[in-house]
Design a protein around this ligand. Sequence first.
Ligand code: TEU
Ligand code: CA
Length: 546
Amino acid sequence: MTKTWWKESVIYQIYPRSFQDSNGDGIGDLQGIIQRLDYLKLLGIDILWLSPIFKSPNDDNGYDVSDYRAIMDEFGTMQDFDALLAGVHERGMKLILDLVPNHSSDEHFWFQEARKSKDNPYRDYYHWADEPRTNWQSFFSGSTWEYDEQAEAYYLHLFSKKQPDLNWENPKLRQEMHDIMRFWFDKGIDGFRIDVIPFISKRLDWPDGDPNNFEQTILEIYSNGPRLHEYLNEMYEEVCSKYDVMTVGEGIGVKPHNSLEYVDESRRELNMLYHFDHVTINYGPGGKYDPVDWKLSTFKQLFLDWDQAIEDKGWINIVLDNHDFPRMVSRYGDDSTYRKESAKMLAMMLLTLRGTPCIYQGSEIGMINVAFDSLDEYDDVEVVNMVREWREAGKDPSPLLPAVQQQGRDNARTPMQWDDSPDAGFTSGTPWLKLNPSFSTINVQKALADSNSIFYFYKDLLAYRKLNPTLIYGAFELLAPDSEQLFAYRRWDADHEFLIFLNFSSDSFAIEVEVEWEKYELVKSNYADSEKRLNPWECRIYRRVS
Ligand code: TEU
Ligand code: CA
């Protein structure tokens, strides 16, 4: 397997709007990130990924770009960006940005032009039709086809109405995207996370989807379009291959069986992608906002399936939460009695699977989901549109509240909790989204003052991972696959071997795996004792010594 810096790195995702405000307007910004670079260096991460920072009217918090070469007004200026990039590089870290190539904002110059007339040179930058071509549902409610008065036509938008889909069939549009990538690479950034990349090539036979099965529509119709791999290969040959940079695709709609089509090194497309299988594990018949229980055996199996599919031919990202999903400790751990223990256990999972881990801001202090009292307090366009749709249909949306509290994206978007001062050290003004009231007990200041904190557990593990390439490149074998409480696995190569035990329950039990214990030593745990019993949410790494 080829060894590269991006396989050996750990990524930290910043949601800039919620990270650190420097000027009191209640919105995080680039100067705020600069103020926190030493903190990130102390933690020991290698790569910073910033969610979109380009100019945007913020219908979807930057995932609706109106100028791919300018900084969002709220976040600062290009000078601020240059200072941030220099600050990251001075500290020996790398910086990757979020590229949103599937859609632009409707306020982008291209769309403003395109809607003017049928023969406008930008018309073909988007997908137009005289009638809605399909029954497709948008991610953010309603049809994916919106009539535009000025254009006298319908345009396609898989996300909100303010996010028209770009037409990658058009070579000029592809050229524009390549130029944009070069612009940022020439500035010195180290790569891109690429938003919904499996969607850029459309099915021009425009098949209808099953209106009762959105996940299937995503998988079979929106993703993996006919020319996708041609576009990705072109992007690699024309742009990425000319720089020492990395790409990680958001792998929505990608499954183990077609994963290598994206990341097999010999195909020269993307370097990595991250998958969604564990994210949708609790989606019920009604989808995301109809959550159901999930089983640990299923959860483990899907990580195994991914590892076996990729093996040593490609590479993936390991992601347990991000700005689109609930907090990982609330979702896969226990965010009350065993918050600290389970947050550390999940950290161990994140940092010892095969793949480049991505830590989402706040996970390193065990931030938890928020439960706002009313649907009107939610900001996310997904929730706002869903509530509006219910009201327009004459239905009372309040029964949605518990599901939104559990599954909503704002769980991960409340401001970063730096200390216990009135606005958690995030802002001196009014935060754009309410703080999670947990900030008085869960915050960075507290974590840094406690040598037993989740923060230092991450820091130690990050350092340990760096010193032990077996935990990066080594093979993976699942142990005790049927256990509904224990996630256990072996990582090894020709020289070294590790056993990892993760207790996904509040029970205490004896380790059920056959091990020649005398050959192993315990090197890391979130408890002090070393009995061959696991405490609630305990995690352990053993290293083979003979
Ligand atoms: O997300 C793509 C995506 O389809 C999901 O993560 C989606 O947001 C979620 O399932 C909705 O329930 C990416 C970005 O990460 C997300 O923030 C954007 O809203 C979306 O693309 C559109 O750009
Ligand atoms: Ca600000």
